[in-house]
Design a protein. Structure first.
Length: 224
């Protein structure tokens, strides 16, 4: 539901030191999304948030030699329990059907009301809303069907294959994803988790300066 320019504050901070590129997923298929990540990030470090994080992780697993490092924000390797994944897939399919037929302002209203975003200030929500309203509900529905957590197979058992440095970031107030970040760090050969105090699910939006500094530290220390 974000546009690539949501990363602008972080990109500007990091961009003073090294080149950056941001990605809008314009074609709602898994292969197209992984191709967009490849086109923008090959040879560098890929940073992904939430849906973008689970796509970045799968892109790195598909072609690990292409990337120097990976940073995941509020992201998960997937739902391991088969029954829970089937339930999520059914719920996402129902939501996708509703999104496809709804007006974009109603879709955005629904999205912004989710408890996972409760830590975001009204000002931040208003800033993000402008970009969200530019989406086509039909494409959003197709993206959910192609890349939702219920559709994608979990990749927990493949994490050991990633030899690159991986930084898993989550907000302190986002307890579920903080636990996931810490667990990922234990299963990745060169994994590290950082839990950001006072932040919720979208650390890069809620605390862009803190996240930008974490990213620069990762580039300096972990990639050396």
């Amino acid at each position: 539901m974000q546009r690539a320019d949501a990363w602008a504050p972080v990109a500007a901070r990091v961009g003073r030191r090294m080149p950056t590129a941001t990605v809008d997923f314009t074609t709602p298929t898994l292969d197209a999304c992984l191709g967009a990540i490849r086109a923008a990030g090959a040879g560098g470090v890929v940073v992904g948030y939430s849906m973008g994080g689970r796509l970045a992780l799968r892109g790195a697993l598909r072609e690990p030699a292409l990337y120097r490092g990976l940073v995941l924000v509020g992201a998960t390797p997937g739902i391991e329990d088969d029954a829970l994944r089937r339930s999520r897939r059914a719920a996402d399919a129902e939501l996708a059907d509703w999104i496809e037929a709804a007006r974009i302002d109603a879709v955005v209203d629904h999205w912004e009301s989710q408890p996972i975003f409760a830590s975001q200030s009204p000002k931040l929500v208003a800033q993000q809303r402008r970009g969200r309203l530019t989406h086509d509900p039909r494409q959003l529905a197709q993206m959910l069907r192609a890349t939702g957590q219920g559709v994608l197979e979990p990749v927990w058992d493949d994490l050991y294959k990633l030899a690159m440095p991986v930084l898993a970031v989550a907000g302190e107030q986002d307890a579920k994803y903080a636990e996931i970040a810490e667990r990922m760090a234990t299963q990745l050969p060169r994994g590290r988790a950082v839990i950001v105090p006072g932040a919720g699910h979208a650390v890069h939006l809620e605390q862009p300066d803190v996240f930008g500094d974490l990213l620069l530290e990762f580039l300096d220390q972990d990639l050396g």
